[in-house]
Write a protein that binds this ligand. Sequence first.
Ligand SMILES: CC(C)(COP(=O)(O)OP(=O)(O)OC[C@H]1O[C@@H](n2cnc3c(N)ncnc32)[C@H](O)[C@@H]1OP(=O)(O)O)[C@@H](O)C(=O)NCCC(=O)NCCS
Length: 139
Amino acid sequence: MQINIKENNKNVDEFNSLYDAVGWGAYDNRISKIALDNTFYSISVYDKDKIIGFGRLIGDTICFLYIQDVMVRPEYQSQKIGSMIMHKLLEKVQELKKDNPSLRVYLGASKGKESFYEKFGFVKRNDIGLGDGMVLFIK
Ligand SMILES: CC(C)(COP(=O)(O)OP(=O)(O)OC[C@H]1O[C@@H](n2cnc3c(N)ncnc32)[C@H](O)[C@@H]1OP(=O)(O)O)[C@@H](O)C(=O)NCCC(=O)NCCS
């Protein structure tokens, strides 16, 4: 494996190919382009020139950030690529924290993926006396 890392990659086809690979079903190109254009920061991981992993930060950059779309191509999972993506995203968070020490980072873990994020210090809101995270699916 020859690992290369790119910041702020906006390649829609690469983003969509990972969405398909992890079984989420890609958005159409128009939607993915807007999503990537409005992303604050992202990490793409390549094996040579093939994209194998991705993760991004969205948010207002000073008070609240959300980690979104952490995904590793199935045949590359369990080889610490996801961890590398998380470390890079959290490095960027540390930089931003200098401007606002109370910066908070949220994420919504998929069912069963919580323990992956716990390795990086994330805690379940309920465990620290906060309410549930909530989501609205607009009809
Ligand atoms: C979740 C995901 C990003 C993890 O990436 P990865 O490269 O396979 O993970 P790593 O090899 O870096 O694993 C790091 C640690 O997390 C653990 N871990 C990995 N996948 C996990 C999972 N699905 N559930 C719980 N723990 C997991 C590993 O056992 C490892 O533990 P260790 O440090 O004690 O050895 C990857 O499996 C993936 O893309 N899954 C499909 C998409 C997805 O569900 N993304 C998360 C959305 S919330």
